[in-house]
Design a binder for this molecule. Structure first.
Ligand code: SF4
Length: 298
């Protein structure tokens, strides 16, 4: 494992209300070896060289402990943007696990985004955190088809195993759901895929699904994505379809997004699954806010 210097690891979120109400961000690793063909973190604007090589931040746990100790305001810390905190090296290094233990010790909440089943290893720590602060687990799933998942997300377990992870979390009383993004135009944007994902999420006990019916593409990542499409789906001319439909646009919204939204919202309503950001935030944080209110009542 290569280590890189870091001055700070926990930063304040700019607009928590737009993204799961999390007050802080924490990235212990840089780069990701999961190889998802659509990964936005590969974009030039982030300037991450050798993105597929995972590097860990030097003295990460000491920095995190000092930062948590100094914070005067408690809150929920989000991890899993730009890099999956449960990469294969985490199994031995346990940096994410120990960071969760620090969050527990200093009474911060946690919101984890991952595609890895390794998260299940840390259910015991999540259970401890949830005794005092909100816990939210977001498992990214973009297709109900394991064979397709293996192609487009080669470094992570197939979707069925990710649904099993959600089941394991919810059986332990951990608040968990699906990040349904991106939904790749011309590959994943069928009614059937969305219906099956909502159905399987419901069976796994998911509390929410947060979708994006499209993908974003920027310099460097766009070229990588098109190259992978041509390699994985020879003769299907999917990259050409993108170029024709979206040109160099950043936002590549599925041409079927309106129809998908209709199907998605109907299925979620029938299954009792939340899908609006504000509802999800209120739902996982409410028990702790009520607790605070009742303390003031005493
Ligand atoms: S797991 Fe996330 S960070 Fe890693 S390659 Fe896939 S999309 Fe990128």
């Amino acid at each position: 494992m290569e280590y890189i210097p870091a001055k700070t690891i926990i930063t304040r979120s700019k607009k928590p209300e737009y993204w799961f109400g999390t007050e802080y961000n924490m990235n212990i690793y840089k780069g990701c070896c999961h190889g998802c063909i659509y990964c936005d973190s590969r974009s030039d604007c982030y300037g991450i060289t050798s993105f597929d090589t995972v590097r860990a931040k030097e003295n990460a746990l000491t920095i995190i402990r000092d930062e948590l100790r100094r914070k005067t305001k408690r809150g929920v810390i989000s991890t899993g943007a730009m890099s999956d905190p449960y990469n294969p090296f985490e199994k031995e290094l346990e940096l994410t696990r120990h960071a969760l233990e620090l969050c527990n010790a200093f009474e911060f909440g946690i919101a984890v985004a991952t595609k890895s089943r390794l998260l299940a290893r840390d259910i015991d720590v999540l259970e401890d955190i949830k005794e005092h602060s909100p816990v939210l687990c977001k498992v990214t799933i973009t297709t109900s088809d394991d064979a397709l998942a293996k192609k487009i997300e080669p470094g992570v377990p197939p979707s069925s195993e990710r649904f099993a992870l959600i089941r394991e979390l919810t059986e332990h009383g951990i608040y968990a759901g699906v990040l349904l993004m991106p939904v790749l135009p011309f590959l994943e944007d069928s009614d059937e895929n969305i219906r099956r994902i909502v159905h399987m999420a419901g069976e796994a006990g998911a509390k929410f699904i947060y979708p994006a019916f499209g993908v974003t593409l920027r310099e460097n990542q766009r070229e990588w994505y098109f190259d992978r499409l041509n390699h994985l789906f020879p003769g299907e001319q999917i990259a050409e379809k993108y170029q024709k439909k979206f040109g160099y646009s950043y936002e590549c919204r599925s041409p079927r997004s309106r129809q998908l939204w209709k199907v998605f919202t109907k299925e979620c309503q029938d299954a009792g699954i939340l899908y609006q950001m504000q509802d999800i935030i209120s739902s996982y944080k409410r028990p702790y806010q009520l607790e605070q209110l009742s303390l003031f009542d005493l």
